[in-house]
Design a protein around this ligand. Structure first.
Ligand SMILES: [Zn+2]
Length: 156
């Protein structure tokens, strides 16, 4: 389960609308409610609940097809991770938008997801307006058997 503070939820949907017709992307910062180290080092079939307290926007570095692909610059990710640690926050997931496409993961999304136990949040944007926001958790033990499972998301 993913609990997301209302302010973070509102700002990620706002980011999705601003970026339209391109995809937006960013990082979800907060806490693993059980044991964060365990959630990341040991792949588990079911990770514990997480809470998102803040989002960090990222630039979309994909130049080839920015409307249906996204990529977070590794330098951005390292900076966000460091700044998060200073505030006692972990990276608990990632978000991006699907302009004029459903809020469902694509094969490319799965191929590019590597953080087991983390949440991948997708917002559909239709004609510039954010519609559905869904969360999927990356489960499995390695690249060969990884998969996304639907994750309940509640705004707190
Ligand atoms: Zn996608």
């Amino acid at each position: 389960m993913l609990k997301i503070h209302q302010s973070a939820y509102v700002s990620l949907r706002h980011h999705a609308e601003e970026a339209y017709p391109h995809e937006c992307c960013g990082v979800l910062l907060g806490q693993f409610d059980d044991n964060g180290a365990e959630a990341r080092s040991e792949a588990r079939s079911e990770a514990g609940p997480k809470t998102v307290s803040r989002i960090a926007r990222c630039g979309n570095t994909r130049q080839d097809s920015p409307h249906n692909r996204y990529h977070i610059d590794p330098r951005d990710l390292i900076r966000i991770q460091r700044e998060g640690r200073e505030r006692g926050e972990d990276i608990v997931g990632f978000y991006h938008s699907h302009p004029d496409h459903p809020a469902e993961w694509s094969p490319t999304d799965l191929a590019e997801a590597h953080w087991f136990g983390c949440s991948y949040v997708i917002t559909s944007v239709e004609k510039g307006v954010a519609v559905l926001t869904n969360s999927f958790e990356l489960t499995g033990t390695d690249e060969a058997d990884k998969k996304f499972v639907d994750e309940k998301m509640i705004v707190v």
